[in-house]
Design a protein around this ligand. Structure first.
Ligand code: BTN
Length: 331
């Protein structure tokens, strides 16, 4: 878990001054240490992939930052977030969601976020594995203790999906689509997946873990063949790598804000209309698979409980709470 360290303060101060220089004496005063002490912390950062330009009588500025997830840099970028949150960073983990569950079970106070560069046993919906190489993608799990009725959480994943689309739109100037219930899509290819898991306590949700895998800077060409046909990444989409740590900080801020709004009851308002803006299934011929059963029809959006609506022959509307949706070849 992270507290404010000298490294975070140095990065925060330098980011605040960008593209200008910050004088060594100001930095030393801010940190309450000697300039030699500041220099030692900057050396530590240099070893982690940061570069600094030092000019006599002007001071320092940041010239290089690591491409991989770096917890102190995320903290430094998070300075403007109104909501304080602990970040648990692990360069490698079985699954960030499993780690979040373990921390919740051990009594860690929520909310918190678990981030990792690589997962050895990342999991997706319906028990599927989630391919999680250390290739510039984001593996994150957000832990909450909502203490609200399960029926009020039904639309949570969809609400988060809408918020993530809006965040990506702001950040990348490209708007992903949503494939019910939990996929983020660009041009028919998956760019991210959400997995919401909850633990109940009598009639309340006690622990909630919202897992998000997002292909940020990973290139599709390095993925296993089956995935390279169906996946994409934000960088592939925008044609250049993203600033991963700045993006991670923006994501953390947005997820926490979206959670607060959801708990305050905003999740229901406008949900259907906002979902419709991103819905990639609407109006398409689809098949919903539930166990051994298959249902075909035309996707017709979601209802206020987040169920998928399917217009079947005879114009009957069927509702699905769960299931796997595949797109039929459109004629
Ligand atoms: C899906 O599309 O099936 C959901 C994928 C969710 C993957 C994320 S990666 C971070 C978190 N940790 C996991 O083990 N799974 C989720």
């Amino acid at each position: 878990m992270s507290d404010t360290t000298p490294e975070i303060t140095i990065l925060r101060e330098l980011l605040d001054r960008e593209p200008d220089f910050l004088s060594g004496s100001k930095l030393a005063a801010k940190l309450g240490m000697s300039r030699v002490g500041v220099w030692a912390h900057m050396e530590k950062l240099r070893k982690q992939g940061f570069g600094f330009e030092a000019v006599r009588s002007r001071g320092y500025r940041l010239t290089q930052r690591p491409n991989e997830l770096h917890p102190a840099l995320i903290e430094a970028h998070l300075r403007s977030s109104p909501r304080k949150v602990s970040i648990h960073f692990l360069s490698e983990v079985d699954s960030t969601s499993s780690e979040a569950e373990r921390l919740l079970a051990a009594g860690e106070s929520a909310p918190f976020v678990v981030l990792s560069r690589r997962q050895l046993a990342g999991r997706g919906r319906l028990g599927r594995p989630w391919h999680s190489e250390a290739n510039g993608n984001l593996y994150s799990s957000f832990a909450f203790r909502p203490l609200i009725e399960p029926s009020k959480m039904q639309t949570f994943t969809m609400w988060m999906g809408i918020n993530l689309c809006e965040l990506i739109e702001n950040f990348c100037h490209a708007s992903p689509g949503l494939k019910w219930p939990n996929d983020l899509i660009f041009d028919g290819r998956k760019v991210g997946g959400m997995l919401t898991e909850a633990r109940m306590d009598s009639d309340h949700i006690r622990d909630l873990v919202f897992g998000l895998g997002l292909n940020v800077n990973g290139t599709v060409s390095t993925l296993p063949a089956a995935l390279s046909r169906t996946a994409t990444s934000l960088s592939d989409r925008v044609g250049q790598p993203l600033d991963l740590n700045r993006f991670a900080a923006a994501l953390i801020g947005r997820v926490l804000q979206a959670y607060d709004r959801f708990v305050e009851g905003e999740g229901g308002r406008d949900l259907i209309a906002r979902w419709e803006k991103h819905d990639v299934l609407r109006g398409k011929l689809v098949t919903v698979i539930q166990g051994d059963r298959k249902y075909s029809g035309t996707a017709a959006g979601i209802d206020e409980e987040g169920s998928l609506l399917l217009r079947q022959d005879s114009n009957r509307i069927a509702r699905f709470r769960a299931g796997e949706v595949t797109l039929e070849k459109q004629s």
